[in-house]
Design a protein around this ligand. Structure first.
Ligand code: SAM
Ligand code: SF4
Length: 331
């Protein structure tokens, strides 16, 4: 819906936050995100070029988008990532990025130059063997040293940990302990269902379960959440950093959603779980008016979960429809 040239849906939610996936390719193979290792990826001709991505992003900014987060796949893998990031930093927006952390050191000077300070790094374990089992890569040392490098250089680092019952639940206290003496912001994310990722409600470590673990191990305070924050934030007594829970499944935050997603092949997705995508890139290439398409897509946004049933009622893959895997959306 177009209200004062601002993107609003039929539930009155204003959309001013755009997440752009720069590529569907990745140098990791996290089993919960990219379950089929032999998947084929989009050829470059199907992806937005740097110019296309910039011009489409500019259209969103002209419609009130104030924050853009770059994601993927692994955004820093793209050969023209430097050019895209530099050019986006000239727009009147807050620019942020989500990365698996492996290539971050190569980009630190650029980020400093352009003032990109908010970096989310995904890290599900502090154990090297487990890291390999999760990602199929032997890169824990490099990711940890890059996180340290960025913290020491004054960046605001959030570490995203997807908490899974049989995988890393026992490491939750270690991640929280990390926040005691380091200015790191750990966020535990409830495991979400996507095509092929063998999701099951029973594999989730829920918000309530995480709090129980915290209560048994730490003294802590609930701290204020930022506007539209998807995380519930906490700090252990005397802690330098913070920890948070993103309860996307057991206590979702659809009511205050302000997010729009743009996939690397230029499709607008009005919800992480939506199967209703609109091909902005083809329209842009044909010279069509993409503003109208953006309004039209946001107008069709469901109230909750992209129209999926309650998560507890999702029993089989078909209940998810034919949505994408997470690496092709961007999280
Ligand atoms: N490659 C980058 C990274 O790993 O940070 C950016 C893309 S990744 C898809 C973005 C985020 O989605 C990561 O924090 C990842 O852990 C999270 N993610 C992927 N699949 C998920 C799932 N099924 N449930 C919850 N979070 C998931
Ligand atoms: Fe790659 Fe990120 Fe997905 Fe892991 S979570 S496979 S790093 S896109």
């Amino acid at each position: 819906m177009k209200i004062n040239n601002i993107i609003q849906d039929t539930f009155g939610r204003k959309h001013d936050y755009l997440r752009i996936s720069m590529t569907d390719k990745c140098n990791f193979r996290c089993f919960y995100c990219m379950p089929d290792e032999k998947l084929s990826f989009y050829p470059n001709s199907k992806l937005m070029s740097a110019d296309e991505l910039l011009n489409i992003a500019k259209t969103f900014v002209s419609l009130g988008v104030k924050k853009i987060r770059l994601t993927g796949g692994e955004p820093l893998l793209r050969k023209d990532a430097r050019e895209i990031i530099s050019r986006l930093s000239n727009l009147p927006i807050e620019l942020a990025i989500t990365s698996n952390g492996y290539l971050l050191d190569e980009y630190m000077e650029l980020f400093k130059e352009i003032g990109l300070q908010s970096v989310n790094v995904s890290l599900d374990t502090l154990d090297a063997d487990k890291f390999f089992n999760i990602t199929k890569r032997d890169y824990l040392g490099k990711v940890l040293s890059n996180i340290k490098l960025f913290i020491d250089n004054g960046f605001r680092i959030k570490v995203n940990m997807v908490a899974l019952k049989d995988v890393n639940i026992h490491e939750i206290p270690d991640f929280i302990e990390w926040t005691r003496n380091e200015e790191v912001h750990v966020r535990f994310i409830e495991f979400m269902p996507f095509n092929g990722n063998s999701w099951d409600f029973s594999k989730i470590v829920s918000y309530k379960e995480i709090l129980k673990i915290v209560e048994g191990n730490f003294e802590y305070d609930r701290i204020e959440d930022a506007k539209n924050d998807t995380a519930k934030n906490f700090r252990i007594k005397g802690g330098k950093g913070t920890f948070a829970v993103i309860s996307s499944v057991t206590d979702s935050f659809c009511g205050s959603c302000n997010r729009i997603r743009l996939t690397a092949d230029g499709r607008i997705k009005n919800c992480l779980f939506s199967n209703n995508e609109l091909d902005l890139l083809t329209a842009y290439r044909k010279g069509e008016d993409i503003e109208q398409l953006i309004f039209q897509n946001i107008e069709s946004k469901f109230k909750e979960r992209g129209g999926l049933p309650e998560f507890e009622d999702i029993k089989k893959e078909e209940d998810l429809g034919k949505g994408r895997c997470m690496f092709a959306i961007g999280g």
